[in-house]
Design a protein around this ligand. Structure first.
Ligand code: NAD
Length: 520
């Protein structure tokens, strides 16, 4: 299989003999610069969602191995924090070049483990690559402030310093982009890192990216990887030596991690679930809007935190519905490696079951099923976890399928009589990741921008994932913490401020001791 076909990899040499014997390779941890096989007797199968082939086995790393990874990161911090920021940036300059070199390999491995189409997997890598490019400017981004002569002969300045060992816990849906949201900025700010990839796709990107980072010159121990599930995550939250935790994933896990890690005094940034809405005004430009709804509703089989999962048509949905169904029917569902596939499978059998259950609950509570993808047959991939594009209309705010994140290729349609009514429909939902409006009216767009309760707002744009010089700014139940991922906020998350006040002047000894609060 394509997976682990790594150039000069510790992993490939370890993995190839066992794959030849027919048993799937064990995904290695990365501890102190070495890829090592876990001694744990417990592991989970990593399954190709299009074929059900067992691609590899991910270990449930032991506590000793976890402690060794944290120790390696703590040791590496002693010298890495003093490595000039220009040298740390140079590693990122090299890393972005190496990711470009190996982007096809990364994409193929992502598709094998995660299921998304190859083209989409390229996008996954590329959107992470942009954060690596951004990290190349860390010196400027972490510049402090200086005020000269705050008092007679006294200057005050602030400097940003790294925190120490930071950790990242990743979801399955962007195996390259999310780790790249985390470790490049963290390490270029001078921290060291322990990464816990998703157990569903632990190697396709993370292990390769770590190899590339080391090839780019990242010293041993600066980036470590430990695999596992809840126990490792809890160990990360509790560990005294870990200073900050970055999490991306579902609300259940995210709120647990946010409270457990912050109770231990760590800073936490927790990006969580979503229910992103589009409001379509009657004056919206028809073709562009339809294309946007179909692409953002069904792309990546709806498994994006910025997928558009609900559309509210102002002034009636009838004129849109047929066209929407026609466009969705034309999409090709197949394995992500098939060149003409528009959408691949969902991640697991359990995910498929959960999605189908939410579709059924919508039908039972009165929604109309305009297109049903639940029983789709995909020739050549009969065992894959496929769901075809599905459209439900007449959806109301209180339906289970609207309240919960579906995370599948399902588009919900609703109607509103006015923009006010549509905005209030959207704002009733607990999530606040992103929302878009499609209109040719500046007045409507501006009202929407002001009143909508979402952290990322699109105006005639379906998936407004900000580029790395901004930050990813989810809102309400979609985010916990106060310093967002990447951009200026990301740098602030990975550094703390020291404020220095210095006095350099010839001090005539007056012999008077003044105990009053100093004033200038
Ligand atoms: P998930 O929460 O199931 O898993 C994420 C990580 O948390 C994994 O590494 C997993 O091992 C760990 N985990 C899961 N349950 C845990 C528990 N009970 N205790 C401790 N650790 C636990 O999420 P997923 O299914 O992999 O990813 C999909 C979710 O991620 C969706 O909700 C999606 O919206 C969200 N997501 C959000 C963003 C964002 O930026 N807001 C981006 C991508 C994905």
């Amino acid at each position: 299989p394509a997976i682990f076909a790594l150039r000069s990899s510790h992993f490939s040499t370890a993995a190839e003999p066992s794959s030849k014997q027919g048993s799937p390779p064990s995904v290695p941890n990365l501890i102190g610069g070495s890829f090592v096989k876990s001694q744990s007797s417990a592991s989970i199968d990593v399954i190709n969602p299009a074929t059900q082939e067992v691609v590899s086995q991910v270990p449930l790393t032991t506590n000793e191995e976890f402690k060794a990874a944290v120790y390696a990161a703590k040791q590496a911090f002693q010298s890495w924090r003093h490595t000039p920021v220009t040298a740390r940036q140079r590693v990122m300059f090299k890393l972005q070049e190496l990711i470009r070199r190996d982007i096809d390999k990364l994409a193929l491995n992502i598709t094998t483990e995660q299921g998304k189409t190859l083209k989409d997997a390229h996008g996954d890598v590329f959107r992470g690559l942009e954060v690596v490019e951004h990290a190349c400017g860390t010196a400027t981004l972490q510049m402090g402030e200086y005020v000269s002569n705050v008092s007679n002969g006294i200057d005050t300045y602030s400097i940003r310093e790294p925190l120490g060992v930071c950790a990242g816990i990743c979801p399955f849906n962007f195996p390259a982009m999310i780790p790249l949201w985390m470790f490049p900025l963290a390490v270029t700010c001078g921290n060291t890192f322990v990464l816990k990839p998703s157990e569903k796709d632990p190697a396709g990107a993370s292990v390769i990216l770590a190899e590339l980072a080391m090839e780019a010159g990242l010293p041993d121990g600066v980036l470590n990887i430990v695999h596992g599930t809840n126990d490792i995550v809890n160990a990360i939250c509790d560990d005294e030596d870990i200073k900050a935790v970055s999490f991306v994933g579902s609300n259940t896990a995210g709120m647990h991690i946010y409270s457990r890690a912050s109770a231990k005094g760590k800073r936490v940034q927790s990006n969580m679930g979503a229910k992103n809405h589009a409001i379509v005004m009657p004056d919206a430009s028809a073709d562009a809007t339809l294309n946007a709804l179909v692409a953002a509703g069904f792309g990546a089989a709806g498994q994006r935190c910025m997928a558009l999962s609900t559309v509210v048509f102002v002034g009636g949905s009838k004129s849109w519905e047929n066209k929407l169904v026609e466009a969705a029917k034309a999409l090709k569902v197949s394995a992500g490696t098939e060149p003409d596939a528009d959408l691949g499978p969902v991640i697991s059998k359990q995910a498929k079951e959960r999605i189908c259950k939410l579709i059924q609950s919508g039908v039972e509570s009165g929604a109309r099923l305009l297109l049903d993808g639940r029983n789709i047959a995909v020739p050549g991939y009969e065992h894959g976890n496929f769901i075809g594009p599905t459209i439900l209309s007449n959806v109301t705010a209180d339906m289970e399928c609207h309240k919960e994140e579906i995370f599948g290729p399902v588009l919900l349609c609703s109607e509103a009589d006015s923009l006010e009514e549509a905005i209030s429909f959207v704002n009733r939902n607990k999530y606040g990741n992103g929302a878009s409006i499609f209109t040719t009216s500046g007045v409507a767009a501006r009202k929407f921008q002001t009143e909508i309760e979402a952290g990322q707002v699109g105006i005639n744009v379906p998936i407004p994932v900000p580029l790395p010089f901004f930050s990813f700014t989810g809102n309400k139940a979609s985010f916990a913490g106060d310093l967002n991922f990447y951009g200026k906020a990301g740098v602030n998350f990975f550094t703390h401020i020291k404020t220095v006040t210095q006095q350099w002047k010839n001090l005539p000894g007056s012999g008077v001791v003044n105990l009053a609060m100093p004033t200038s």
